[in-house]
Design a protein around this ligand. Structure first.
Ligand code: AMP
Ligand code: MG
Length: 422
């Protein structure tokens, strides 16, 4: 089915794409590779953490009552009956008038109800082996004792389904002894460049030829947002080559093609896509990146339809359209529900002219000076000037209804991953 061309908003395009994309299945991923994935189910604890009451300080486990009235001038002297290190179990019980030397993380011996840190004792003045200790400050009941289960209680849900796995979540699962995390699997995203002018990197360039850079910038974006890129290389602008390469992409969870969506060059791609799947060609009210194709391919037996996003060929357009459309699709497949890009409000330092009522994404360098953000353009903004992306750490957004944004005006800037030039 081929829809008539029509100008649609960026939001409408994104909504239609997300409507055809669903959350993938769960997998058990090794703990570290799960970083950035989303938990597919709740993680309960079968442990108390910490497992036992233990000391938060290096010091002496005591009975708080034995230290009452202690001061530097008038220490309370306790008999030292033993020592316990982290990982060991205490063998002595703290009786009235006694103390056990204790290390951070070591279980608190029975009978003790407080820990006095070394600094509050006269230990440095005593010769080894220490048989007696002077406590120079009264201890509060429970002082410097970490209670069993105070972090994680056995049976409790520690991490909820839908949580994204960051370093702290990795740590929490490791503290439960887990080696894998139950997460939504990462999508495999096939990336295919099209065009007769393209040469694979590492090969010599012929006259009029250019290197296939889009394959790499797009695959890098797939990786950056958590997907697994499957590089399909270059399809020539012929029906047979394109058909064959598209076929290879259908084992993936999504297919992204670059180029061939602008009027004039599209015919071959269009024929292939229309033959095989369902496709719409959109003119999205955005700049750069007006022409966009989106459709789905019938799946292999027993699998879901494969969404296909046809990005424009211009290197900047393809990257910006990726940010706006492929990124949320990848995040949705991974189980994310928030697709907002981090953004700041910044003061524009250059003029941006918006001639034809589209939403302009201007490549900008965002700096912070005296507590305010500023955005200056990275230079020429042509959609073929990839270095303008390479220098940018943000995309300044000029809305459809603003025909001219002037220096000094405040604009919203979506942040890219580039270094924050400060
Ligand atoms: P097209 O959409 O085929 O009209 O391509 C638009 C522009 O993007 C042309 O200048 C192409 O040479 C360029 N282009 C297309 N594909 C790539 C690619 N894979 N890498 C770099 N530039 C490309
Ligand atoms: Mg082309």
């Amino acid at each position: 089915m081929i829809e008539p061309r029509g100008m649609i908003s960026l939001e409408e395009a994104r909504e239609r794409i997300l409507g055809q994309v669903s959350v993938l299945e769960a997998e058990d991923a090794p703990l570290l590779t799960a970083l950035g994935q989303v938990l597919a189910r709740d993680v309960p604890s079968h442990l108390n953490i910490p497992p036992l009451d233990n000391s938060a300080m290096d010091g002496y486990a005591v009975r708080a009552v034995d230290t009452s009235g202690a001061s530097t001038e008038s220490p309370r002297f306790l008999r030292v009956i033993g020592e316990v290190a982290a990982g060991a179990m205490p063998s002595e019980e703290v009786q009235p008038g006694t103390a056990v030397r204790i290390m951070t993380g070591a279980p608190v011996p029975s009978g003790a109800d407080a820990v006095v840190q070394f600094e509050d004792t006269d230990e440095t003045r005593r010769a080894q082996p220490i048989r007696e200790i002077g406590v120079m400050r009264p201890a509060d009941l429970g002082q410097h004792i970490r209670r069993a289960g105070e972090d994680i209680r056995r049976g409790a849900v520690v991490l909820r389904a839908g949580t994204s796995v960051g370093p702290a979540q990795v740590g929490v699962m490791a503290s439960l002894g887990m080696t894998t995390a139950p997460v939504v699997r990462r999508p495999v995203v096939a990336v295919l460049a099209t065009g007769d002018e393209l040469v694979e990197v590492g090969r010599p360039l012929g006259p009029g030829q250019i290197y296939n850079s889009n394959l790499y910038s797009l695959a890098a974006q797939v990786l950056r947002y958590g997907g697994i890129p499957k590089l399909l290389g270059i399809a020539r602008d012929t029906l047979s080559d394109l058909s064959r390469k598209v076929e290879e992409g259908l084992s993936a969870d999504m297919l992204i093609t670059s180029a061939g969506v602008s009027v004039g060059t599209y015919d071959v791609v269009k024929d292939v896509l229309a033959q095989r799947g369902e496709i719409s060609f959109w003119t999205v009210r955005m700049k750069p990146g007006k022409p966009l194709a989106f459709g789905t391919f019938p799946a292999e037996a027993g699998k879901r339809r494969v969404p296909h996003l046809g990005l424009p060929g211009n290197p900047v357009s393809s990257m910006i359209c990726f940010e706006q459309f492929a990124r949320p699709a990848i995040l949705k497949m991974m189980g994310y529900t928030n697709f907002e890009k981090p953004s700041v409000r910044a003061i524009l330092e250059d003029e941006v002219v918006n001639r034809d009522g589209r939403r302009v994404f201007a490549r900008a360098v965002v700096t912070k000076r005296e507590g305010r953000y500023y955005a200056s353009l990275t230079g020429p903004q042509g959609s073929g000037i990839l270095t303008s992306m390479a220098q940018a750490n943000g995309l300044a957004i000029i809305p459809e209804d603003v025909s001219r944004a002037k220096p000094g005006e405040e604009v919203l800037v979506e942040l890219l991953d580039g270094p924050m030039a400060c």
